[in-house]
Design a protein around this ligand. Structure first.
Ligand code: GSH
Length: 221
């Protein structure tokens, strides 16, 4: 049996580049020998802990660039992401932490549904331009994904177990040198860990596993 590489994908739903890597990396599981573990994190905390700032606040020109760049990337990967014009307002007024915690809650209670829930949340926010901030948003997503007992899962978002899982992912990312999202940690055969910032290092991740990057993705979305 081919040995699989362990790949930890740290992401925040509020990050459009995280959505791009979520889809483009996961789609390659059918050809690359890897086991991907999804690790939702609190990007705001990572920014603070690493002394970073959201790019558009650090350098105003990065805001409009990001909109164009993300749109171009999404088109390249055939991901129906639509960059939101209200993105800067949203990151100043809302938090995705509960939506990220919702993924952790599903991972703890019904792990086989966690990837579908993460995808549904990404799509809801970045494709349908709907909210992922309130209990009603979460209930809709969980029901659509066939998660059983959605109300109990939503209530568990504020439990110590779920909050602790998010904290653990976030601290682990920061300790590994993370300063933004997405962040990927690939464990090589000799145990060495290679770390990657961004969705634009996919070809190098594949290369380090001895795999060829086969270009744009025909998404099954
Ligand atoms: N070049 C990267 C950009 C990723 C990126 O800008 N991520 C944002 C969050 S959406 C971030 O954490 N930025 C921190 C930074 O640029 O230092 C890519 O293509 O994925």
């Amino acid at each position: 049996m081919v040995k699989k590489f362990a790949v930890d994908l740290y992401f925040d739903l509020i990050s459009p580049y995280s959505f791009i890597l979520f889809e483009s990396l996961l789609a390659r599981r059918s050809t690359w020998p890897m086991e991907v573990t999804l690790k939702p994190v609190a990007l705001g905390h990572i920014m603070k802990a690493s002394g970073n700032k959201p790019p558009a606040f650090a350098v105003p020109a990065k805001g409009p660039y990001m909109g164009r760049d993300v749109t171009r990337l999404a088109r390249y990967y055939n991901i129906p992401l639509k960059f939101r014009e209200d993105f800067l307002t949203i990151i100043q007024t809302k938090s995705s932490i509960n939506a990220d915690r919702l993924i952790c809650a599903v991972q703890l209670a019904q792990p086989e549904k966690a990837e579908a829930v993460a995808r549904a949340l990404f799509r809801r926010f970045w494709v349908d331009r709907a909210d992922i901030f309130e209990e009603k948003d979460f209930l809709e997503v969980l029901s659509a994904c066939g998660v059983s007992d959605p109300s109990a899962i939503v209530s568990s978002i504020s439990s110590e177990a779920v909050k602790g899982k998010m904290r653990e992912n976030t601290d682990e990312a920061v300790e590994s040198g993370c300063f933004g999202a997405p962040w990927t940690v690939l464990t090589l055969e000799n145990g060495r860990k290679e770390k990657f910032f961004g969705s634009d290092r996919l070809h190098i991740i594949g290369h380090m596993m001895g795999q060829k990057f086969d270009g744009p993705l025909v998404a099954s979305l």
